[in-house]
Design a protein around this ligand. Structure first.
Ligand SMILES: NC(=O)c1ccc[n+]([C@@H]2O[C@H](COP(=O)([O-])OP(=O)(O)OC[C@H]3O[C@@H](n4cnc5c(N)ncnc54)[C@H](OP(=O)(O)O)[C@@H]3O)[C@@H](O)[C@H]2O)c1
Length: 349
């Protein structure tokens, strides 16, 4: 960590969750990741300052895990909060900070400088986890319409991905990051990476919520000793219009989720988070609102769902992918499903 200077103690809220009571999952390295983290993607709804304030507020209520990414455009602002958190007396070792390599930085010469930039912005001297955000090296401007295509878009090319991965491995060798991982992968692609990696992914970040459980891929990830980090854990109910399609379903309106929420007297989103942690994934819900992020953290320290409820939720999977990734398609006439290798093998070029 860049040297701590000021000594203003971080005010710990009277209603905070004691972080020692937040369960952790053990990675294959023996390191421990808190089972729930705060997402930091504000999309076009929240400014970097608002999100940085939420990071500070979340630390004050007991969060120690933050899911960041260079493309979210707010790492500089979040860096000020992380600095204040450490200056306020929370040891760097007690924090878990993830960042991600964006798609326009897959080039061999770009990976290390990009990570160094994230470190500077976040005011850290190492990341706990650095992910390759998407397996495609395809740039598109933030906030662009899902119909837009880059003329330089390319498919997943394993040899190219491994060149990027070698640089990710060298980030571990240089002690700039403690762990590396993947995001938005499929089983077919991850199998190849596992075959060829010198340092295997410690985590795989993937979309996971009750209406999108990815049971086969989830099981594969766990069986490989990789921790699944689940994004959109509440079903991203407030995502931008451009990320919605007519067939999308709404997890927090599902009668099973609503009934369990009523029994517990909590918001249905809290049920999604309890289910996620009990199932074995690490959800990273997003909110800048204190009551929301506090209740999300409480969800993982208060009583578990009944086994019967867990079974009922496993039966409401709708295979409803919300983040379809259309902008990454690389040729005309494709559908977004092609990005996700629906036939179990990497979609041919
Ligand atoms: N690796 C990737 O490619 C990838 C992709 C997408 C997302 N992510 C990560 O995943 C994070 C979460 O994704 P997301 O924001 O799309 O989906 P999400 O966490 O499923 O949904 C966020 C929404 O849920 C609501 N919410 C949060 N906590 C709540 C609670 N305790 N009770 C009731 N409602 C609650 C919030 O409502 P309010 O608006 O009222 O606060 C917020 O709008 C992102 O911030 C990002 O870090 C990663």
């Amino acid at each position: 960590m860049i040297a701590s200077t000021a000594t203003t103690a971080l005010p710990i809220a009277p209603d905070a969750v004691d972080p020692r009571f937040v369960p952790k999952r053990t990675l294959y390295t023996g390191a421990k990741i808190p089972v729930l983290g705060l997402g930091t993607f504000g999309s076009d709804r929240f400014t970097g300052e608002q999100i940085a304030e939420a990071v500070l507020g979340a630390a004050a209520v007991g969060y120690r895990h933050f899911d960041c990414a260079s493309v979210y455009g707010n790492e500089q602002q979040i860096g000020h909060s992380l600095r204040a958190i450490v200056d306020g007396g929370i040891a760097r070792e007690d924090l878990w900070v993830t960042s991600k390599l964006w798609n326009d930085k897959h080039g061999e010469a770009d990976v290390i400088p990009s990570c160094e930039q994230s470190l500077r912005d976040l005011q850290l001297d190492y990341l706990d986890l650095h992910l390759v955000h998407w397996p495609f090296p395809n740039y598109h401007p933030p906030g662009c319409d899902v119909g837009s295509r880059s003329k330089d878009a390319r498919p997943y090319l394993h040899d190219n991905f491994m060149k990027t991965w070698r640089q990710m491995e060298s980030l571990v060798d240089r002690r700039l990051v403690r762990h590396i991982g993947t995001s938005n992968m499929t089983m077919a692609k991850l199998k190849l990476v596992l075959r060829d990696a010198r340092i295997k992914p410690a985590c795989n970040e993937m979309e996971l919520h009750p209406h999108f459980q990815q049971p086969e891929f989830f099981r594969f990830v766990v069986d490989q000793g990789i921790v699944p980090i689940g994004y959109c854990p509440i079903g991203s109910p407030n995502r931008p219009e451009r990320d919605r399609t007519e067939t999308d379903t709404v997890d927090i309106e599902d009668p099973v989720i609503v009934r369990i929420a009523d029994r517990l007297g909590v918001h249905p989103g809290v049920v999604c988070l309890k289910w996620a942690v009990q199932r074995g994934q690490v959800p990273i819900p997003f909110s800048v609102k204190r009551p929301q992020y506090l209740s999300s953290l409480r969800a993982v320290t208060e009583g578990p769902l009944a086994e019967q409820e867990m079974r009922e939720i496993s039966a409401i999977d709708r295979n409803c992918r919300l983040i379809k990734g259309q902008v990454f398609l690389w040729k005309e006439g494709q559908s977004w499903e092609d990005l996700w290798d629906p036939r179990g093998e990497i979609t041919p070029h």
